[in-house]
Design a protein around this ligand. Structure first.
Ligand SMILES: N[C@@H](CCC(=O)N[C@@H](CS)C(=O)NCC(=O)O)C(=O)O
Length: 209
């Protein structure tokens, strides 16, 4: 069985959404990102992931896969009939990779990561100034499309959904981009997405209690 190391509402949420959309059963191990402890047994998460970052997917053969872009495509390819990624050879596969990179680099690492992980000593001014320009790209793309790639939900939608959810606590109101807020509403109406978010929000509350 696949195993996912995650932290509630971190970027690993996209992998949980993908697993649930694919109907793949998995074991989930919660990680405390500040202490780097695995909740199951208080072991050191750095033994699993030298970078100390979720998500990590443990494959059936025990190998570990890191990086959301790789994990999401692995999950999609594990259940091709779910249609969560265009097949290799289809030009849309590159579109999928394009959006996975965009969300991971331009929204997550350039903005969300420093906002949540670094003290604001003035260094966040530049990422803050840039985020509107960044978001205008998916906003324009989604103006007349239901999904990022093709005409169905793919794993890159799971990724962007997570990023959009985190923008509000990061102080960005996505209602400035009506196509993005409509997209997020549509994605959140999907049963698997709703359930994945509800599960992680409940765990987050337990963590805060
Ligand atoms: N490039 C990685 C980034 C992973 C990442 O930054 N994960 C965050 C949570 S959203 C994390 O675990 N941070 C803890 C740390 O960096 O110490 C990916 O896309 O999977």
């Amino acid at each position: 069985m696949l195993q996912l190391y995650f932290s509630p509402m971190a970027c690993s949420l996209a992998s949980r959404i993908a697993l649930m959309e694919a109907g793949i059963e998995a074991r989930y191990h919660q990680v405390h990102l500040w202490t780097k402890q695995v909740a199951d047994d208080s072991s050191d998460f750095r033994d699993v992931s030298p970078n100390g970052a979720v998500p990590v997917l443990v494959l059936e053969n025990g190998e570990r896969l890191t990086e959301s872009a790789a994990i999401l495509q692995y999950i999609a390819d594990a259940k091709p009939e779910a249609g969560l990624a265009p097949r290799f050879g289809d030009p849309d596969r590159y579109r999928l990779q394009e959006w996975l990179s965009f969300t991971g680099a331009e929204i997550h690492k350039a903005f969300l990561f420093p906002t949540f992980w670094y003290k604001d000593d003035g260094s966040l001014a530049k990422p803050r100034a840039r985020i509107a320009q960044t978001l205008s790209v998916p906003s324009a793309h989604l103006a007349d499309r239901e999904f990022l790639v093709g005409d169905r939900f793919t794993v890159t939608d799971a990724h962007l959904t997570w990023a959009l959810l985190l923008l509000r606590p990061a102080g960005v109101d996505i209602r400035q981009w009506p196509s993005l807020s409509a997209y997020l509403e549509r994605m959140q109406a999907r049963p698997a997405v709703r359930e994945a978010i509800a599960t992680e929000m409940a765990l987050r509350k337990t963590l805060a209690a």
